[in-house]
Design a protein. Structure first.
Length: 146
């Protein structure tokens, strides 16, 4: 692995770091929207998430192609950093640490969002149960009403 490869790897990590930072900001805004119950805003956030997921997938493909090109497919990023940037000339270790921190924050935020959603769904299920609409017992008329 030469300096050009290390520069490319540094660039790929920077790009991924930027994407994950932006996604974290979006997910944190989603928490407030979930609490407020703002459905139109939630739909907008979900559209933006789709865009981020596509960009992240594209970035992953670029990273995997890069690893294949340099013959390091299957080697962890930590090992690559430890072996080829031991003196931290390309700041790969710091970028990797930052990426891990952001991913940890994303995981926590997603867990909070999931709990909020689960709570809201359990309230809906309870309400449906109380009015007798729980489960497969709902039947619809030809006009679409039940």
């Amino acid at each position: 692995m030469n300096d050009n490869d290390l520069n490319r790897l540094s660039h790929l990590l920077s790009k991924q770091l930027d994407l994950q930072n932006d996604l974290l900001i979006l997910e944190e805004s989603k928490t407030k929207v979930l609490i407020d119950g703002d459905i139109p805003q939630l739909e907008e956030i979900m559209r933006q998430e789709q865009s981020f997921f596509l960009k992240c997938d594209d970035q992953l493909n670029k990273y995997q192609t890069f690893l294949n090109e340099i013959g390091l497919c299957g080697v962890t990023l930590r090992r690559i950093v430890a072996k080829y940037d031991a003196q931290n000339s390309f700041q790969l270790s710091a970028k990797l640490d930052n990426l891990e921190d952001i991913l940890s924050c994303l995981k926590k935020t997603n867990n909070v969002n999931n709990k909020i959603l689960q709570s809201r769904l359990s309230v809906i299920v309870k309400c449906l149960s109380m009015i007798g609409l729980k489960g497969d017992t709902v039947t619809y008329n030809k006009d679409g009403h039940f």
